[in-house]
Design a protein around this ligand. Sequence first.
Ligand code: SF4
Length: 180
Amino acid sequence: MADKVRLGLIQLCGCSGCHISLLDLHEQLLDVLPNLEIVYAPIIADVKEIPECDVFLIEGGARNEHDEHLIHEIREKSKVVIAWGTCAVYGGIPGLGNLYSAEQLKKTVYGTETTDNVGELPSDEMVPPLTNSVMPVPSIVDVEYVIPGCPPRPEINAGAIVALLEGRDPELPKKIVCDE
Ligand code: SF4
């Protein structure tokens, strides 16, 4: 892997908690940042197109067709794709939506009195069509690694990033559902 690793980060059907967990690296961030070039991260840079990346961390699974499209595009343009966090790996809390149909969910969300135009469902141009279920990333494309955890523990994030920077395979837990 090149000295400066081109890193992409994206939040799909997740809560941003996995991204925030990166900040829990504290001083360790200072060790890894000089070796990273963050080329896609909506919270940092206003980049519209998915660029070619060495490593892409995907937070959250796919809840709509746009998420699904992005996951395929990331796969095509990235050497290493990591399903990052329990939502990306298994579906996580958003997966509870799978207890209901997409139509039921839309009617519940847009039928409440806290929204404008109560009961009027948005067009597909306004809101990307929902998929039939929340789909974890590995159910859509092949990934090199999964990092479960809600959010993943900082030492696991750090271990994975450092290993990839050094060209090693990260040692990752097989299964973590909740942080301690
Ligand atoms: Fe949020 Fe947890 Fe899902 Fe990460 S795994 S996006 S912290 S709910």
